[in-house]
Design a protein around this ligand. Structure first.
Ligand code: ZN
Length: 166
């Protein structure tokens, strides 16, 4: 689980649970209009890699951290990490106002878990590529085809674990 689909608290609009009071029909109309799930950066990247000919497993339970994409042939995994939930040092990360103790514990717990996951994967011989949300969204974003090409090069070159952006 990479928590990319969950909205950080400081980006939530007012009226908690607003979509929850929409009828299922209204929500499905809205989702269709905005492209629904398929516009999520993670899915767009996944599809770009598929078009390049890569095949992968999604969130397999038997791999530490249940990576977003696992490429058995390349002994490699890819995570797409939300910058807020995974505590990325970038412009998309901002500490929420209030509940400072809670949020410090929550985010640092996630960061610590990511570190343990990386260690476990590395120990099993997996290479790990982490694509951060800020590479796919916001003012620093790159074209998804360009990111897919970088991932493709990384997979086939057998390069060591790395992040995008670095
Ligand atoms: Zn970031």
């Amino acid at each position: 689980m990479t928590l990319l689909s969950r909205t950080p608290p400081h980006e939530r609009s007012g009226g908690a649970g607003r979509t929850d009071i929409m009828s299922a029909e209204a929500r499905s109309r809205l989702m269709a209009r905005i492209g629904g799930r398929n516009t999520k950066p993670e899915v767009i990247l996944r599809k770009a890699l598929f078009r390049l000919g890569f095949r992968y497993r999604l969130h397999p339970r038997d791999i530490p951290g249940r990576p977003d994409m696992v490429f058995p042939r390349w002994r490699a995994v890819v995570f797409v990490h939300g910058c807020f939930w995974h505590g990325h040092d970038c412009h998309l990360f901002k500490w929420p106002k209030g509940n400072a103790v809670f949020w410090r514990a929550k985010i640092s717990g996630n960061v610590e878990r990511d570190r343990r996951t990386l260690d476990a994967l590395t120990a099993q011989g997996w290479r790990v590529l982490t694509v951060w949300e800020c590479a796919l969204r916001g003012r620093g974003r790159l074209p998804v085809e360009s990111i897919a090409q970088t991932v493709s090069n990384w997979l086939m070159a057998g390069d060591p674990s790395r992040d995008i952006p670095r």
